[in-house]
Design a protein around this ligand. Structure first.
Ligand SMILES: O=C(O)CCC(=O)C(=O)O
Length: 412
Protein backbone atom coordinates (compact mmCIF):
# COMPACT_ATOMS: atom_id res chain seq x y z
CA UNK A 1 0.00 0.00 0.00
CA UNK A 2 1.24 3.48 -0.66
CA UNK A 3 0.77 5.92 2.17
CA UNK A 4 0.50 9.40 0.81
CA UNK A 5 -1.59 10.86 3.61
CA UNK A 6 0.46 12.36 6.42
CA UNK A 7 -0.72 12.39 10.02
CA UNK A 8 -2.85 15.42 10.78
CA UNK A 9 -0.48 16.38 13.58
CA UNK A 10 1.97 17.68 10.91
CA UNK A 11 -0.53 20.00 9.28
CA UNK A 12 -0.41 23.55 10.69
CA UNK A 13 2.58 25.01 8.83
CA UNK A 14 1.83 23.35 5.49
CA UNK A 15 0.66 25.83 2.88
CA UNK A 16 0.59 26.18 -0.89
CA UNK A 17 1.75 29.56 -2.19
CA UNK A 18 -0.54 30.99 -4.89
CA UNK A 19 0.96 34.38 -5.87
CA UNK A 20 -1.00 34.72 -9.12
CA UNK A 21 -4.28 33.88 -7.44
CA UNK A 22 -3.53 36.36 -4.65
CA UNK A 23 -2.85 39.07 -7.22
CA UNK A 24 -5.60 38.29 -9.71
CA UNK A 25 -8.50 37.06 -7.60
CA UNK A 26 -10.20 40.49 -7.27
CA UNK A 27 -10.29 41.04 -11.03
CA UNK A 28 -11.28 37.44 -11.72
CA UNK A 29 -14.17 37.51 -9.24
CA UNK A 30 -15.33 40.78 -10.74
CA UNK A 31 -15.35 39.23 -14.22
CA UNK A 32 -17.21 36.18 -12.92
CA UNK A 33 -19.93 38.32 -11.35
CA UNK A 34 -20.26 40.24 -14.61
CA UNK A 35 -21.13 36.88 -16.18
CA UNK A 36 -23.81 36.23 -13.58
CA UNK A 37 -21.74 34.04 -11.26
CA UNK A 38 -22.84 35.71 -8.01
CA UNK A 39 -23.29 32.43 -6.13
CA UNK A 40 -19.80 31.34 -7.25
CA UNK A 41 -18.31 34.64 -6.05
CA UNK A 42 -19.79 34.33 -2.57
CA UNK A 43 -18.64 30.71 -2.26
CA UNK A 44 -15.15 31.65 -3.50
CA UNK A 45 -14.90 34.38 -0.86
CA UNK A 46 -15.66 31.83 1.87
CA UNK A 47 -13.27 29.35 0.24
CA UNK A 48 -10.45 31.90 0.34
CA UNK A 49 -10.98 32.06 4.11
CA UNK A 50 -10.45 28.27 4.36
CA UNK A 51 -14.04 26.98 4.13
CA UNK A 52 -13.63 23.65 2.31
CA UNK A 53 -17.35 23.09 1.77
CA UNK A 54 -17.62 26.47 0.08
CA UNK A 55 -14.54 25.64 -2.02
CA UNK A 56 -16.11 22.35 -3.13
CA UNK A 57 -19.39 24.13 -3.89
CA UNK A 58 -17.59 26.76 -5.99
CA UNK A 59 -15.74 24.02 -7.85
CA UNK A 60 -19.04 22.26 -8.52
CA UNK A 61 -20.60 25.48 -9.86
CA UNK A 62 -17.68 26.12 -12.20
CA UNK A 63 -17.77 22.45 -13.30
CA UNK A 64 -21.42 22.85 -14.29
CA UNK A 65 -20.50 25.87 -16.38
CA UNK A 66 -17.75 23.87 -18.12
CA UNK A 67 -20.37 21.30 -19.08
CA UNK A 68 -23.15 23.67 -20.07
CA UNK A 69 -22.49 23.39 -23.83
CA UNK A 70 -19.84 22.47 -26.39
CA UNK A 71 -16.31 22.88 -25.05
CA UNK A 72 -15.37 25.64 -27.52
CA UNK A 73 -18.29 27.77 -26.31
CA UNK A 74 -17.27 27.68 -22.62
CA UNK A 75 -16.29 31.19 -21.51
CA UNK A 76 -12.59 31.41 -20.52
CA UNK A 77 -13.60 33.14 -17.30
CA UNK A 78 -15.35 29.95 -16.15
CA UNK A 79 -12.28 27.90 -16.87
CA UNK A 80 -10.27 30.30 -14.70
CA UNK A 81 -13.01 30.11 -12.06
CA UNK A 82 -12.61 26.34 -12.09
CA UNK A 83 -8.82 26.61 -11.59
CA UNK A 84 -9.35 29.05 -8.73
CA UNK A 85 -11.71 26.68 -6.94
CA UNK A 86 -9.28 23.79 -7.54
CA UNK A 87 -6.51 25.78 -5.87
CA UNK A 88 -8.73 26.46 -2.86
CA UNK A 89 -9.70 22.81 -2.54
CA UNK A 90 -6.12 21.60 -3.06
CA UNK A 91 -4.83 24.01 -0.46
CA UNK A 92 -7.19 22.46 2.07
CA UNK A 93 -6.14 18.89 1.20
CA UNK A 94 -2.47 19.79 1.29
CA UNK A 95 -2.86 21.45 4.68
CA UNK A 96 -4.56 18.29 5.94
CA UNK A 97 -1.82 16.05 4.60
CA UNK A 98 -4.12 14.55 1.93
CA UNK A 99 -1.53 14.73 -0.81
CA UNK A 100 -3.07 12.41 -3.37
CA UNK A 101 -6.34 14.26 -3.14
CA UNK A 102 -4.51 17.57 -3.54
CA UNK A 103 -2.71 16.28 -6.64
CA UNK A 104 -5.92 14.99 -8.19
CA UNK A 105 -7.63 18.34 -7.77
CA UNK A 106 -4.63 20.28 -9.10
CA UNK A 107 -4.44 18.04 -12.19
CA UNK A 108 -8.15 18.62 -12.77
CA UNK A 109 -7.39 22.34 -12.63
CA UNK A 110 -4.67 21.90 -15.25
CA UNK A 111 -6.71 19.69 -17.56
CA UNK A 112 -10.04 21.52 -17.36
CA UNK A 113 -9.10 24.97 -16.08
CA UNK A 114 -7.93 28.15 -17.80
CA UNK A 115 -4.51 29.65 -18.33
CA UNK A 116 -4.62 32.53 -15.82
CA UNK A 117 -3.65 30.47 -12.78
CA UNK A 118 -1.51 27.90 -14.55
CA UNK A 119 1.73 28.93 -12.83
CA UNK A 120 0.18 28.52 -9.40
CA UNK A 121 -1.18 25.10 -10.36
CA UNK A 122 2.22 24.01 -11.70
CA UNK A 123 4.18 25.12 -8.65
CA UNK A 124 1.59 23.61 -6.31
CA UNK A 125 1.94 20.32 -8.19
CA UNK A 126 5.72 20.42 -7.79
CA UNK A 127 5.35 20.95 -4.08
CA UNK A 128 2.72 18.26 -3.52
CA UNK A 129 4.58 15.79 -5.76
CA UNK A 130 7.63 16.01 -3.50
CA UNK A 131 5.48 14.55 -0.74
CA UNK A 132 3.74 11.84 -2.76
CA UNK A 133 6.91 10.70 -4.48
CA UNK A 134 8.85 10.17 -1.29
CA UNK A 135 6.34 7.62 -0.07
CA UNK A 136 5.26 5.98 -3.34
CA UNK A 137 5.57 2.22 -3.37
CA UNK A 138 4.95 0.19 -6.51
CA UNK A 139 1.47 -1.28 -6.72
CA UNK A 140 2.68 -3.53 -9.48
CA UNK A 141 4.94 -5.38 -7.08
CA UNK A 142 7.67 -5.92 -9.66
CA UNK A 143 10.16 -3.12 -10.05
CA UNK A 144 11.66 -4.78 -13.15
CA UNK A 145 8.35 -4.90 -14.92
CA UNK A 146 8.57 -3.72 -18.50
CA UNK A 147 5.86 -2.26 -20.70
CA UNK A 148 6.87 -4.31 -23.71
CA UNK A 149 8.82 -7.48 -23.09
CA UNK A 150 7.21 -10.06 -25.32
CA UNK A 151 8.54 -11.24 -28.64
CA UNK A 152 6.60 -9.83 -31.53
CA UNK A 153 4.89 -12.37 -33.80
CA UNK A 154 4.79 -10.73 -37.24
CA UNK A 155 2.58 -13.42 -38.76
CA UNK A 156 -0.02 -13.04 -35.99
CA UNK A 157 0.03 -9.27 -36.23
CA UNK A 158 -0.29 -9.21 -40.01
CA UNK A 159 -3.65 -10.93 -39.67
CA UNK A 160 -4.97 -7.93 -37.77
CA UNK A 161 -3.92 -5.29 -40.26
CA UNK A 162 -6.14 -3.79 -42.99
CA UNK A 163 -6.24 -5.65 -46.31
CA UNK A 164 -3.17 -5.17 -48.53
CA UNK A 165 -0.99 -3.98 -45.64
CA UNK A 166 2.77 -4.10 -46.24
CA UNK A 167 2.19 -5.54 -49.68
CA UNK A 168 2.98 -2.59 -51.91
CA UNK A 169 4.99 0.58 -51.32
CA UNK A 170 6.70 1.08 -47.98
CA UNK A 171 7.46 4.51 -46.57
CA UNK A 172 11.07 5.22 -47.43
CA UNK A 173 13.41 4.78 -44.44
CA UNK A 174 16.59 6.81 -43.90
CA UNK A 175 19.20 6.81 -41.19
CA UNK A 176 21.34 9.76 -40.17
CA UNK A 177 19.20 12.04 -42.32
CA UNK A 178 20.71 15.53 -42.41
CA UNK A 179 18.55 18.62 -41.94
CA UNK A 180 19.38 19.77 -45.46
CA UNK A 181 18.28 16.48 -46.97
CA UNK A 182 15.16 16.42 -44.82
CA UNK A 183 14.25 19.92 -45.96
CA UNK A 184 14.95 19.30 -49.62
CA UNK A 185 13.73 15.73 -50.09
CA UNK A 186 10.83 15.58 -47.64
CA UNK A 187 9.65 18.84 -46.09
CA UNK A 188 9.57 20.92 -49.26
CA UNK A 189 8.09 18.21 -51.43
CA UNK A 190 5.68 16.88 -48.82
CA UNK A 191 7.08 13.38 -48.88
CA UNK A 192 6.81 11.10 -45.84
CA UNK A 193 9.93 9.45 -44.43
CA UNK A 194 10.85 7.14 -41.56
CA UNK A 195 13.97 8.43 -39.83
CA UNK A 196 15.98 5.91 -37.85
CA UNK A 197 18.94 6.50 -35.51
CA UNK A 198 17.70 9.78 -34.16
CA UNK A 199 16.41 9.05 -30.68
CA UNK A 200 19.21 7.12 -29.00
CA UNK A 201 20.19 10.15 -26.89
CA UNK A 202 16.71 10.62 -25.41
CA UNK A 203 16.55 9.59 -21.73
CA UNK A 204 13.05 8.33 -22.56
CA UNK A 205 14.58 5.51 -24.60
CA UNK A 206 16.17 4.04 -21.50
CA UNK A 207 13.36 4.91 -19.08
CA UNK A 208 9.89 4.65 -20.56
CA UNK A 209 9.79 0.91 -21.02
CA UNK A 210 9.86 0.59 -17.24
CA UNK A 211 6.47 0.46 -15.55
CA UNK A 212 8.18 1.20 -12.29
CA UNK A 213 9.74 4.41 -13.62
CA UNK A 214 6.44 5.64 -15.08
CA UNK A 215 4.65 4.79 -11.89
CA UNK A 216 7.23 6.65 -9.83
CA UNK A 217 7.21 9.88 -11.83
CA UNK A 218 3.53 10.00 -12.73
CA UNK A 219 1.57 7.35 -10.80
CA UNK A 220 -0.56 9.75 -8.75
CA UNK A 221 -1.27 12.14 -11.60
CA UNK A 222 -4.69 12.34 -13.21
CA UNK A 223 -4.86 11.97 -17.00
CA UNK A 224 -7.65 11.96 -19.59
CA UNK A 225 -8.04 8.70 -21.51
CA UNK A 226 -10.27 7.48 -24.30
CA UNK A 227 -12.17 4.23 -23.89
CA UNK A 228 -13.68 2.36 -26.82
CA UNK A 229 -12.82 1.18 -30.31
CA UNK A 230 -12.06 4.67 -31.62
CA UNK A 231 -13.37 8.23 -31.55
CA UNK A 232 -15.75 7.64 -34.47
CA UNK A 233 -17.74 4.96 -32.60
CA UNK A 234 -20.84 5.79 -30.60
CA UNK A 235 -19.78 3.78 -27.52
CA UNK A 236 -16.52 5.74 -27.30
CA UNK A 237 -16.06 7.86 -24.17
CA UNK A 238 -13.47 9.85 -22.24
CA UNK A 239 -12.50 9.28 -18.60
CA UNK A 240 -10.19 10.91 -16.11
CA UNK A 241 -8.15 8.33 -14.22
CA UNK A 242 -4.85 8.22 -12.37
CA UNK A 243 -1.77 7.26 -14.32
CA UNK A 244 -1.30 4.27 -12.01
CA UNK A 245 -4.82 3.04 -12.80
CA UNK A 246 -4.04 3.51 -16.48
CA UNK A 247 -0.80 1.50 -16.11
CA UNK A 248 -2.69 -1.24 -14.31
CA UNK A 249 -5.15 -1.46 -17.21
CA UNK A 250 -2.24 -1.68 -19.65
CA UNK A 251 -0.59 -4.28 -17.47
CA UNK A 252 -3.70 -6.45 -17.48
CA UNK A 253 -5.12 -6.50 -21.00
CA UNK A 254 -5.30 -2.80 -21.73
CA UNK A 255 -9.07 -2.77 -21.65
CA UNK A 256 -11.76 -1.59 -19.32
CA UNK A 257 -15.32 -2.79 -19.92
CA UNK A 258 -15.84 -0.53 -22.90
CA UNK A 259 -12.76 -1.48 -24.99
CA UNK A 260 -9.12 -0.41 -25.13
CA UNK A 261 -8.03 2.51 -23.00
CA UNK A 262 -5.95 5.01 -24.96
CA UNK A 263 -4.18 8.07 -23.60
CA UNK A 264 -4.40 9.79 -26.96
CA UNK A 265 -3.37 13.22 -28.19
CA UNK A 266 -2.82 14.52 -24.68
CA UNK A 267 -0.24 17.25 -23.87
CA UNK A 268 1.20 15.04 -21.14
CA UNK A 269 4.54 16.82 -21.28
CA UNK A 270 3.03 20.19 -20.38
CA UNK A 271 1.53 18.46 -17.39
CA UNK A 272 4.37 16.23 -16.14
CA UNK A 273 7.79 17.92 -16.13
CA UNK A 274 9.78 14.76 -15.45
CA UNK A 275 8.50 13.19 -18.66
CA UNK A 276 9.15 16.38 -20.63
CA UNK A 277 12.79 16.23 -19.53
CA UNK A 278 13.09 12.75 -21.04
CA UNK A 279 12.62 13.91 -24.63
CA UNK A 280 14.08 16.46 -27.04
CA UNK A 281 12.36 18.35 -29.81
CA UNK A 282 13.80 16.93 -33.04
CA UNK A 283 15.78 19.52 -35.03
CA UNK A 284 13.70 18.56 -38.08
CA UNK A 285 10.77 20.44 -36.51
CA UNK A 286 12.66 23.71 -37.02
CA UNK A 287 14.11 22.94 -40.45
CA UNK A 288 11.49 24.94 -42.36
CA UNK A 289 11.46 27.92 -39.99
CA UNK A 290 8.01 27.06 -38.64
CA UNK A 291 6.82 27.08 -35.06
CA UNK A 292 6.14 24.16 -32.79
CA UNK A 293 2.40 23.91 -32.16
CA UNK A 294 2.01 21.00 -29.80
CA UNK A 295 3.61 17.95 -28.27
CA UNK A 296 1.26 15.10 -27.54
CA UNK A 297 1.52 11.67 -25.99
CA UNK A 298 -0.11 8.58 -27.50
CA UNK A 299 0.07 5.75 -24.98
CA UNK A 300 -1.95 2.56 -25.02
CA UNK A 301 -2.07 -1.22 -25.26
CA UNK A 302 -1.74 -3.28 -28.44
CA UNK A 303 -4.80 -2.85 -30.64
CA UNK A 304 -5.55 0.87 -30.28
CA UNK A 305 -6.59 2.36 -33.59
CA UNK A 306 -6.58 5.96 -34.71
CA UNK A 307 -8.87 5.90 -37.73
CA UNK A 308 -7.97 7.42 -41.07
CA UNK A 309 -7.76 11.22 -40.77
CA UNK A 310 -5.50 14.14 -41.64
CA UNK A 311 -4.14 17.14 -39.72
CA UNK A 312 -3.18 20.62 -40.90
CA UNK A 313 0.34 20.53 -39.38
CA UNK A 314 3.69 18.99 -40.14
CA UNK A 315 4.12 16.04 -37.83
CA UNK A 316 6.98 13.95 -36.51
CA UNK A 317 5.58 10.90 -34.76
CA UNK A 318 8.34 9.50 -32.55
CA UNK A 319 7.99 5.87 -31.50
CA UNK A 320 9.60 5.57 -28.07
CA UNK A 321 8.23 2.23 -26.83
CA UNK A 322 6.69 -0.57 -28.89
CA UNK A 323 5.59 -0.67 -32.54
CA UNK A 324 2.84 0.76 -34.68
CA UNK A 325 1.47 0.03 -38.11
CA UNK A 326 0.89 3.25 -40.08
CA UNK A 327 -0.71 3.73 -43.48
CA UNK A 328 -0.60 7.01 -45.40
CA UNK A 329 -2.61 8.31 -48.36
CA UNK A 330 -1.67 11.48 -50.25
CA UNK A 331 -3.85 14.60 -49.89
CA UNK A 332 -4.72 14.38 -53.58
CA UNK A 333 -6.87 11.32 -52.74
CA UNK A 334 -9.06 13.23 -50.28
CA UNK A 335 -12.26 12.99 -52.28
CA UNK A 336 -11.87 9.26 -52.81
CA UNK A 337 -11.50 8.80 -49.04
CA UNK A 338 -14.92 10.32 -48.31
CA UNK A 339 -14.37 12.78 -45.46
CA UNK A 340 -17.23 13.04 -42.97
CA UNK A 341 -19.44 16.04 -43.52
CA UNK A 342 -19.71 18.76 -40.85
CA UNK A 343 -16.85 20.68 -39.34
CA UNK A 344 -16.07 18.49 -36.32
CA UNK A 345 -15.13 15.33 -38.23
CA UNK A 346 -14.36 16.71 -41.67
CA UNK A 347 -10.72 15.66 -41.31
CA UNK A 348 -11.77 12.01 -40.73
CA UNK A 349 -12.63 9.48 -43.42
CA UNK A 350 -15.89 7.55 -43.49
CA UNK A 351 -13.89 4.55 -44.66
CA UNK A 352 -13.16 2.09 -41.85
CA UNK A 353 -9.94 0.47 -43.06
CA UNK A 354 -10.46 -2.42 -40.62
CA UNK A 355 -13.79 -3.28 -42.18
CA UNK A 356 -14.25 -1.60 -45.54
CA UNK A 357 -17.83 -1.38 -46.72
CA UNK A 358 -17.25 -2.40 -50.32
CA UNK A 359 -20.74 -1.49 -51.47
CA UNK A 360 -20.33 2.08 -50.28
CA UNK A 361 -16.65 2.47 -51.15
CA UNK A 362 -15.94 0.02 -53.99
CA UNK A 363 -12.79 1.77 -55.21
CA UNK A 364 -11.01 2.40 -51.93
CA UNK A 365 -9.08 -0.88 -52.12
CA UNK A 366 -7.45 0.34 -55.33
CA UNK A 367 -6.12 3.62 -53.96
CA UNK A 368 -2.38 3.97 -53.72
CA UNK A 369 -0.88 4.25 -50.25
CA UNK A 370 2.43 3.85 -48.46
CA UNK A 371 2.75 2.07 -45.15
CA UNK A 372 5.25 0.89 -42.56
CA UNK A 373 5.77 -0.67 -39.20
CA UNK A 374 7.22 2.13 -37.13
CA UNK A 375 9.80 0.50 -34.89
CA UNK A 376 11.00 1.57 -31.48
CA UNK A 377 13.48 4.44 -31.83
CA UNK A 378 12.16 5.56 -35.22
CA UNK A 379 10.37 8.76 -36.22
CA UNK A 380 7.87 9.16 -39.02
CA UNK A 381 7.49 12.49 -40.80
CA UNK A 382 3.85 13.00 -41.87
CA UNK A 383 3.45 16.08 -44.08
CA UNK A 384 0.37 18.31 -43.61
CA UNK A 385 -2.94 16.94 -44.91
CA UNK A 386 -1.59 13.42 -45.51
CA UNK A 387 -4.25 10.93 -44.43
CA UNK A 388 -3.03 8.50 -41.77
CA UNK A 389 -4.34 5.37 -40.10
CA UNK A 390 -2.48 4.12 -37.02
CA UNK A 391 -2.73 0.77 -35.19
CA UNK A 392 -0.54 -0.16 -32.23
CA UNK A 393 0.93 -3.62 -32.57
CA UNK A 394 2.28 -3.87 -29.04
CA UNK A 395 1.87 -1.71 -25.98
CA UNK A 396 3.02 1.56 -27.43
CA UNK A 397 4.13 4.98 -26.29
CA UNK A 398 4.73 7.63 -28.94
CA UNK A 399 5.16 11.38 -29.01
CA UNK A 400 3.88 13.60 -31.80
CA UNK A 401 5.48 16.94 -32.59
CA UNK A 402 3.21 19.18 -34.65
CA UNK A 403 4.58 22.32 -36.18
CA UNK A 404 3.36 25.01 -38.51
CA UNK A 405 4.48 26.03 -41.97
CA UNK A 406 7.59 28.24 -42.09
CA UNK A 407 8.28 30.98 -44.58
CA UNK A 408 10.97 28.99 -46.38
CA UNK A 409 8.38 26.43 -47.41
CA UNK A 410 6.86 26.47 -50.82
CA UNK A 411 5.16 23.11 -50.25
CA UNK A 412 1.47 23.31 -51.01
O1 LIG B 1 -0.46 7.29 -32.85
C1 LIG B 1 -1.66 7.41 -33.10
O2 LIG B 1 -2.52 6.62 -32.67
C2 LIG B 1 -2.13 8.56 -33.93
C3 LIG B 1 -1.10 9.61 -34.16
C4 LIG B 1 -1.64 10.74 -34.98
O3 LIG B 1 -2.71 10.68 -35.53
C5 LIG B 1 -0.86 11.96 -35.11
O4 LIG B 1 0.26 12.03 -34.59
O5 LIG B 1 -1.36 12.90 -35.77
Amino acid sequence: MSTTTASRGDAPSRNLATPTLDRESGALLHAISEHGGYAYVSMAALAAGGDIRAAEAAREMAWEQLHSGPWHSVLPVWRDAYSMACLHVARHHYGSGEFKEALRVLDMGIIMGGTLLRKDLDSAIDKVSEQTRSVRVSHLGNSEHRLVDREFDVAEVLKLLPVKSLSSKLVVKKSALSLEKFLKDHYLCASPVVISDCMAHWPAKARWNSLDYLLRVAGDRTVPVEVGKNYLCTEWKQELITFSEFLQRINSDGCSHGGPTYLAQHPLFDQINELRRDIFIPDYCFAGGGELQSLNAWFGPAGTVTPLHHDPHHNILAQVVGKKYIRLYAPSLSEELFPHSGTMLSNSSQVDLDDIDERKFPKVQDLEFVDCILEEGEMLYIPPKWWHYVRSLTTSLSVSFWWSEGETSDAS
